[in-house]
Design a protein around this ligand. Structure first.
Ligand code: FMN
Length: 283
């Protein structure tokens, strides 16, 4: 595993410990290769129905889609505890070496935070890493249903105008609300929209939505670990076909999150949770 050369390795180690990264700069290379992780594991058996863990039927199409990804070559690796530099010194913990306290600190430290500096851009390579973190979510049948759109620059204003039109179509007439909506996506340097691809099978689609939501949590945790503020938004715009089209997603895709992302100007207000109620069923 590399100890250097990755622009983000120091930030995302806790997540990417078992993954070997080779990063490519988008601008610096037109030769966009993206080998899929763990392809050799195809055919693993399912846990619940004993069927083969078959990849999506049009996997070659998916690989083609992934080949457009300029950023990373991923290879999953078995957990190995502490990695060695070769000289004997442990240089980075893998997931197996991440203690529970650190994991819980990250999980509980993530906050919905819109106190974002809109002027300070998020590096493209970091966005790529967040999306890569997302795709390691659990995913029944490995359908890889997640789709991402990074909305930056003037596109944020265009998306805001689209959001205002969606409100108008929904009967909203209040000019102040419409004006506020028009500029709302300018509150962050970027919006990362995450959608779920359509599937005609309702059970599969429900599972795909769950996988995408899990992926979004991966993404938010990775963002938190990178020091970014994030805010998961939804609403009428997210539910509109116009937004799906704007993001260049396949028709019928469902937008699951419109994530405001950027560097924090301040902390989010503290929040709390009730202790979970767990039904221990033992006989
Ligand atoms: C599916 C989903 C949709 C959400 N949509 C919105 C939203 O439209 N507006 C908003 O302010 N927060 C939205 N949130 C964020 C929650 O309001 C937020 O997680 C909650 O207030 C708890 O705060 P915390 O994330 O800091 O723990 C959404 C969260 C989820 C999981």
């Amino acid at each position: 595993m590399k100890s250097s050369g990755s622009p983000f390795s120091h930030r995302v180690d806790p997540f990417l410990g078992p993954v070997e990264f080779a990063s490519q700069d988008r601008q610096s290379s037109n030769d966009h290769e993206c080998a899929r992780a763990g392809k050799e594991q195809e055919g693993d058996t399912d846990h619940d129905d004993g069927q083969t863990n078959d990849r999506h039927e049009n996997s070659s199409q998916q690989l083609e889609h992934m080949a457009d990804s300029p950023w990373l070559v991923l290879r999953s690796q078995p957990y190995r505890g502490l990695e060695s530099s070769g000289g004997g010194a442990a240089i980075r913990p893998t997931v197996a070496g991440m203690d529970l306290e650190a994991a819980l600190s990250l999980i509980t430290g993530r906050r919905t935070n819109l106190r974002i500096d809109p002027e300070r851009a998020v590096p493209e390579s970091l966005i790529a890493t967040l999306c890569e973190a997302a795709v390691w979510a659990p995913n029944h049948k490995l359908t890889e249903p997640w789709r991402f759109a990074a909305i930056t620059g003037d596109a944020r204003k265009n998306l805001g105008e689209l959001a205002a039109r969606v409100l108008v179509d929904g009967g909203v007439t209040d000019p102040a609300r419409l004006e506020k909506t028009t500029v709302k996506y300018l509150r962050a340097p970027m919006m990362l929209v995450v959608a779920c691809a359509p599937d005609p099978d309702p059970v599969r689609h429900a599972e795909d939505l769950a996988a995408v939501a899990a992926g979004i949590q991966n993404l938010l945790l990775a963002a938190t670990s990178a020091g970014l503020a994030s805010y998961w938004g939804t609403g009428l715009t997210a539910r509109s076909a116009a937004a799906v089209e704007f993001c260049r997603f396949e028709a019928g895709s469902e937008i699951v999150a419109m994530v405001y992302l950027g560097w924090p100007k301040g902390d989010a207000p503290p929040t709390d949770r009730h202790p979970p109620v767990v039904n221990w069923v033992q006989d």
